[in-house]
Structure formats: structure tokens, C-alpha cells
Design a protein around this ligand. Structure first.
Ligand code: NDP
Length: 282
């Protein structure tokens, strides 16, 4: 029987655990605040920002919104980040990506105080993740590790194949699987024999950004499949990077789209906000 990994349920469990933890912290007089910075009014970004603020409210974290116009200069954004860096009441800073094309995303990410880097994208956070120090883990890959653990999937010693090597998903995913003692292979657009490499995987994580790219021929019998992709098809329905219906029967466990990896990203952002107070809050 294939196990459908329920990201909605698992993310709700995590949010409830965090809510209790935050209530206990509040009882000791410890408040947590997240600055949420949005540049412009991109509709998809507005949905993400709204959902992040809703999660904050549910858990008991104060969200402080900063909305600046699309045509703001990079310096104006950097000044705002610096203001949040210096504000002792702000524990975490989230700059919603993507930024408008005239802005340099790396420069903005690097400007965030690493102690407030709740997205986990700053080079200091990336370095801590690689070494295995305490710090902020990038939300999507950290959410995938939680999904696997809470679904009873053993990672240690398993053949793990990650398709995609982006800085926000593929690369950190491979590091976190390695930290859990997986034997990890990372694939990308220059990988030869992709199908053959994928079909060796006990755990296959797909973050390729192409709708239904992975069909049954890439999948070993009994593999666990994690689908990171999100796409809207011609009928306005969501689908992932994996052809769910074609692959499902061959797997021992698989994440659906929607309702798999997606909900975990926000839950892990909330976890990082709590972490920011624990590690660096006065
Ligand atoms: P990117 O476009 O940054 O990276 C895609 C990766 O896939 C690249 O490393 C690329 O290789 C590789 N790739 C592209 N084509 C092929 C191919 N034919 N064969 C093998 N590898 C290939 O995407 P992201 O990592 O940012 O996102 C991936 C997907 O996940 C997207 O659908 C995105 O929307 C979704 N996503 C979902 C999130 C969630 O919360 N659920 C969060 C973040 C992303 P190369 O490096 O060689 O170009």
C-alpha cells in the first residue's frame, strides 16, 4: 500500500507544537516578532505573505509588515533591512522573493543580520548548516526532512537522489539528507543517464521546476518520492514535478501536490522564528 504523505496534517502538528512553545515563552515574558518585507504587489507573493502572517497570528508571533513600492531603489530596501537589523524588538526578517529585476537579491540577503535570517539563505546560515552547527535551516528542505521523519521513513544508509541544485532547494536538501546519514547523489541539467540514476533511489526528491517531469520509468519499486515542484496546468489545477498518478502505485510513500511539501515551508519558517528567539533573543 502506498502511503500518501500528508503535509497539511504534519504542518498543522508542527504549528500546534510551536503554538504551545510560544505560549510558554510568553508566560516568561518572551515575545517573538517577525518583520515581513514585501516589495511591490506581485499577486503570488501577496498570497505567500498573507499566509505567513496568518501562521504568525495562529502561533502567537507578532508580524510587522513593511510594504514598499515596486519602484523603490535597492538602497531604500537595504535601509529598511538595516532598520530591522537594529530593532531589538524584531527577531526575524523575511524579505519576500522574488524581488523586482532592478534589485540584487544576493546583496539584500547578505544585508540581513545572520542572527535574524529566518529564511536560512544568508551565507552564514548556509555555512552553519553544512558544518552542522545550530542555526537557521532553509525552510523547504528542512520541511522535507520533517515530513520524512514524521512519516516513519528511515534516511540513514539509504540511497537518496536529489534532482535539482538550486540554492534554496536542491543544494541544501542534499546537505540535510547527508546530515541524516543518507548516501546522496545530486542531479542537474548536465547529469548523464538521469533516469538510471533516479531509479537507484530509495528516496527521490524532485525539485526540477518542470511539470510532471518524473514518470514511472525514473522510479524504483518501493521508493519514497518527495515532489517539491508547484505548477498550475491549463485547467488551473496544481501539479508537481512528478506525474503523481503514473508513479504512485510503484512507490511506498509519496507527497501529493498540493498538500505535500508546500504547507511545510511556512511551518518551518515559524520554527525558525522560534529558534531566533531561543538562540539570539535576550
Ligand atoms: P530552479 O529552477 O532554481 O532549479 C531547477 C533545477 O533543476 C536546476 O538545478 C536545474 O539544473 C535542474 N534541471 C532543470 N532541468 C533539468 C533536466 N532536464 N534534468 C535534470 N535537471 C534539470 O528551481 P527551484 O529549485 O527554485 O524550484 C524547483 C521547483 O520547486 C519549482 O517548481 C518551484 O516552484 C518549486 N518550489 C516549491 C517550494 C515549496 O514550498 N513547495 C519552494 C521552492 C520551490 P541546472 O542547475 O543545471 O540548471
Amino acid at each position: 500500500m502506498t502511503q500518501i504523505i500528508d503535509g497539511k496534517k504534519i504542518s498543522a502538528e508542527i504549528k500546534d507544537e510551536l503554538k504551545q512553545e510560544v505560549a510558554a515563552m510568553k508566560a516568561e515574558g518572551k515575545e517573538i516578532a517577525l518583520a515581513v518585507i514585501q516589495v511591490g504587489e506581485d499577486p503570488a507573493s501577496s498570497v505567500y505573505v498573507r499566509n505567513k502572517k496568518k501562521a504568525c497570528e495562529y502561533i502567537g508571533i507578532t508580524s510587522v509588515s513593511y510594504e514598499i513600492p515596486e519602484d523603490s531603489t535597492q538602497q531604500e530596501l537595504l535601509d529598511l533591512v538595516e532598520k530591522c537589523n537594529k530593532d531589538p524588538k524584531i527577531n526575524g526578517i523575511l524579505v519576500q522573493l522574488p524581488l523586482p529585476p532592478h534589485m540584487d537579491e544576493d546583496a539584500v540577503i547578505h544585508a540581513i543580520d545572520p542572527k535574524k535570517d529566518v529564511d536560512g539563505f544568508h551565507p552564514v546560515s548556509v555555512g552553519n548548516m553544512v558544518i552542522g552547527n545550530d542555526g537557521f535551516l532553509p525552510c523547504t528542505p528542512a520541511g522535507i526532512i520533517e515530513l520524512l521523519k514524521r512519516s516513519g521513513v528511515e534516511i540513514g544508509g539509504k540511497e537518496c537522489v536529489v534532482v535539482g541544485r538550486s540554492n534554496i532547494v536542491g543544494k541544501p536538501m542534499s546537505m540535510l539528507l547527508l546530515r541524516e546519514n543518507g548516501t546522496v547523489t545530486v542531479c542537474h541539467s548536465r547529469t548523464r543517464n538521469l533516469r538510471e540514476v533516479c531509479s537507484r533511489a530509495d528516496i527521490l526528491v524532485v525539485a526540477v521546476g518542470r511539470p510532471k517531469f518524473i514518470d514511472a520509468s525514473y522510479v524504483k519499486e518501493g521508493a519514497v518520492i518527495i515532489d517539491v515542484g508547484i505548477h498550475r496546468n491549463e485547467n488551473n489545477k496544481l501539479c508537481g514535478d512528478v506525474d503523481f498518478d503514473a508513479v504512485k502505485e510503484k512507490t511506498s510513500a509519496i507527497t501529493p501536490v498540493p498538500g505535500g511539501v508546500g504547507p511545510m515551508t511556512i511551518a518551518m519558517l515559524m520554527k525558525n522564528c522560534v529558534q531566533s528567539k531561543k538562540l539570539f533573543g535576550e
